[in-house]
Ligand binder design. Structure first.
Ligand code: NAD
Length: 353
């Protein structure tokens, strides 16, 4: 057994079909009575339903959450939180909305209840990524960690299949990287393997039956576990690449994770054999990188960076950016190695170490 340090993040998790009904109780538990609800433009209707559900204790609704948490949107939401004298935040939506809730919590100190409706996993972390003038930065702070997370499977039934698949693969990337993280530990590794297994079984079922409660439930369970991994272990090459491609080339977040994951797993495989054994075991396969690639293919995920908006001429500048401030990674990061990886991912070729 390797030496390790284990520390868990303090979030109360309420999980189950119909658990949105516990929201009022959870607000009371926090001692709050003036809630600001945050959401995204495409979920305005669902958010209005929540306002009605909360009756007297909702003092405001802000539905302008956007990808990568733009600072100007946060400032607007903070002003509203102050104007309406909110004493708690309810973030209702995907990673973009939870990100906005985290940013507002950081500025105001208000407690946040997150109600995730995708599989992004942000709700289980104390990490905030935000953008200003096209530059994405991340920070960790206890204030951004949601106090309560309510997972209600009924809220994910409307998530389109393509978004579900990409979001699920985004979540699996957290677990894959947690397995070879420098600060990995036996508890998080168990959680990671189970998260990969749960999502890999659920995603193909969601593709064939998007409104099947049981598969959605399993996907949400997997997403929760993968979110724990992201909050508990340091991330490496895969997240670095996504950070660079998302921040500097504005590629869509979940799709980028979906395309890159098989390639980053294959790149790291020679230097993380135990981690890859566990990924392969979770996927009931021999080779982790190939199994992730086949899973992505089978569920109709995007397979090439060129198909999600990356230009071939940006490959070299992306490699340069990755080389400038590399994260710790089990395998040494070389210019040629990353260029090879990105070129294959750009073209949609199968992953190779
Ligand atoms: P998202 O929140 O932007 O949602 C994608 C789209 O799906 C949006 O249009 C949204 O309105 C819609 N949607 C969400 N749930 C729905 C539902 N149930 N039914 C119908 N439509 C629905 O995307 P995402 O992939 O969930 O999150 C990506 C963002 O999260 C990025 O900004 C990323 O940086 C951030 N993120 C942060 C962390 C962290 O720990 N800080 C972790 C993961 C992701």
């Amino acid at each position: 057994m390797e030496d390790f340090i284990y520390e868990s993040l303090p979030t109360r998790v309420v999980f189950g079909d119909g658990k949105l009904s516990t929201l009022s109780d959870e607000i009371n538990r926090l001692g709050a009575s003036r809630v600001l609800i945050l959401s995204a433009p495409h979920q305005t209707e669902m958010a209005h339903g929540l306002v009605n559900h909360l009756e007297g204790c909702c003092v405001g609704l802000f539905t302008e959450a956007a990808m990568h948490t733009p600072v100007d949107v946060t400032e607007k939401a903070v002003r509203l939180a102050n104007d309406v004298k909110a004493d708690a935040l309810v973030s209702f939506g995907g990673g973009s909305t939870v990100g906005l809730g985290k940013a507002v919590a950081l500025h105001t100190g208000l407690p946040q209840i997150a109600i995730p409706t995708t599989y992004a996993g942000s709700e289980m972390t104390d990490i905030l990524g935000q953008t200003e003038h096209g530059v994405k930065t991340t920070l960790r702070h206890p204030l951004v960690q949601p106090k309560v997370v309510i997972y209600d499977v009924s809220l994910t039934l409307s998530l389109p299949v393509a978004v579900s698949v990409n979001s699920g693969l985004n979540a699996m990337a957290h677990a894959v990287e947690a397995l070879y993280a420098l600060d990995r530990n036996p508890v998080v590794s168990l959680v990671a393997e189970e998260g990969i297994r749960a999502l890999s079984e659920a995603l193909p079922l969601i593709v064939s039956q998007p409104r099947d409660n049981q598969s959605r439930n399993q996907a949400q369970y997997g997403a929760w576990l993968c979110g724990i991994c992201l909050g508990s272990a340091g991330m490496a090459l895969h997240h670095k690449l996504c950070h660079v491609l998302g921040g500097s080339f504005n590629l869509p977040h979940a799709e980028m994770h979906a395309v890159l994951l098989p390639h980053t797993a294959a790149y790291n495989a020679p230097c993380a054999p135990q981690a890859m054994l566990r990924v392969a075991r979770a996927l009931k396969a021999q080779d982790a990188g190939m199994a992730l690639w086949q899973l992505a293919h089978s569920v109709g995920a995007p397979m090439a960076l060129k198909d999600i908006g990356m230009s071939q001429r940006d490959i070299d500048s992306a490699v340069t950016l990755v080389m400038q401030k590399p994260y710790w990674n089990p395998r040494r990061i070389t210019y040629e190695g990353i260029r090879y990886l990105l070129s294959r991912a750009w073209a949609g070729e199968p992953p190779q170490p």
